[in-house]
Write a protein that binds this ligand. Structure first.
Ligand SMILES: Nc1ncnc2c1ncn2[C@@H]1O[C@H](COP(=O)(O)OP(=O)(O)OP(=O)(O)O)[C@@H](O)[C@H]1O
Length: 337
């Protein structure tokens, strides 16, 4: 398997009320193209921060250091704690990403723009705009080509709560079509046709009616299916699902997991599945990475993590699950999607 994404020594700190809160402490890992990697850990362990950093969605209050490299794109992004003086038109508190391609000029990319603290609860309707702003080419010497992976086009992101990630005043079909129109350069009729196909693919019962439906007219599970359709509308290589089933009841949760597994397989996507639930993660992940207090304490094949965890914390997560219920940890079939 080739490497889609390499994270090197990624460190993120947030500034809150004048105090710096460490969220990630030197995390390094590779994500292989086509794999399903789960990131697990308890609340506050840094899972969402890792997902947001990869997607270029870190809040403006975040300092990022280390490197995120995309070898398949021949793109390297380096985070560093840049002093404010080198970031003249962006927030003084955020980090900087720069990118370089062998033999080409260095491009500088910035993340975490000013006022983006609210970007943790984006709306799909805004996603394309935010996406383009999320990783911004800033190098005056660069050729002009934006080499960074783009959220929406290269990276699909599914958030925990579809009620906040979907725009409440925009019909579901338009929210999906907008992503396709923006990133695939489709006309509106073609984008709507693609939206309808996607609604069929996520198995919504009446795609024509759902195209016109507003989010409040849909159930939680249906809204999450719409959000997933929007996330994959432009055919991203990487799908990030950040606690995408946590707001749903158990049966719907299993259906959404099965849906994600099927779509990832059909489209040949790489999946980053963020969850606090090791049992849920084990149902679809090839590998599991365990975060604790911002550190990567263990990463390995799912079977190895479940059967022979090396780190006491991974063992504790397993024991906690087994203490709560006895559902099989390796039921990879799931419910019908
Ligand atoms: N925008 C922010 N501003 C300040 N601190 C933040 C911000 N986002 C996260 N943090 C802090 O960073 C740490 C890691 O948070 P993060 O949300 O990444 O963890 P998590 O594992 O995803 O938790 P959860 O499962 O509860 O979402 C926590 O201490 C959290 O309070």
């Amino acid at each position: 398997m080739t490497t889609l994404l390499s994270i090197r020594d990624l460190t993120v700190r947030y500034r809150r009320d004048g105090v710096e809160v460490p969220a990630l402490k030197g995390v390094s890992l590779d994500v292989k193209a086509g794999e399903r990697l789960a990131i697990i850990g308890e609340s506050g362990s840094g899972k969402s921060t890792l997902a947001l950093a990869i997607a270029g969605l870190l809040a403006g209050s975040a300092f990022a250091g280390g490197a995120i490299e995309w070898p398949a794109n021949q793109l390297q992004t380096f985070h560093s704690f840049a002093p404010p003086s080198v970031l003249p038109d962006i927030s003084p508190t955020r980090g900087e990403i720069s990118s370089s391609v062998a033999g080409s000029p260095l491009a500088t990319l910035a993340i975490g723009e000013s006022g983006r603290d609210s970007s943790i609860s984006p709306q799909v309707g805004e996603m394309s705009g935010r996406t383009e702003g999320g990783v911004t080419e800033r190098d005056p010497s660069a050729t002009g080509a934006n080499l960074a992976p783009t959220l929406g086009r290269d990276i699909g992101f599914v958030f925990q709560d579809p009620s906040s990630s979907l725009d409440p005043v925009m019909p579901a079909g338009k929210q999906i079509a907008e992503v396709a129109r923006t990133h695939l350069d489709l006309t509106w009729p073609d984008a709507y046709a693609r939206a309808k196909t996607l609604l069929e693919r996520v198995r919504l019962p009446d795609p024509d009616a759902t195209l016109r439906a507003y989010p409040h007219q849909l159930s939680g599970g249906q809204k999450q299916r719409v959000a997933i359709a929007a996330a994959i509308a432009a055919g991203p290589k990487l799908l990030i699902a950040d606690e995408a089933t946590s707001a749903l009841d158990t049966i719907v949760q299993a259906e959404i997991v099965t849906l994600i597994r099927r779509l990832v397989a059909e489209d040949g996507m790489t999946l980053l599945f963020i969850s606090h639930d090791i049992a849920l993660a084990a149902t679809l992940a090839d590998r599991i990475a365990v975060l604790r207090h911002g550190e990567l304490v263990e990463i390995g094949e799912t079977d190895q993590i479940l059967n022979a965890p090396r780190h006491a914390y991974a063992r504790a997560l397993l024991d906690a699950h087994l203490g709560l219920d006895a559902e099989p940890l390796l039921d990879r079939q799931g419910a019908s999607a």
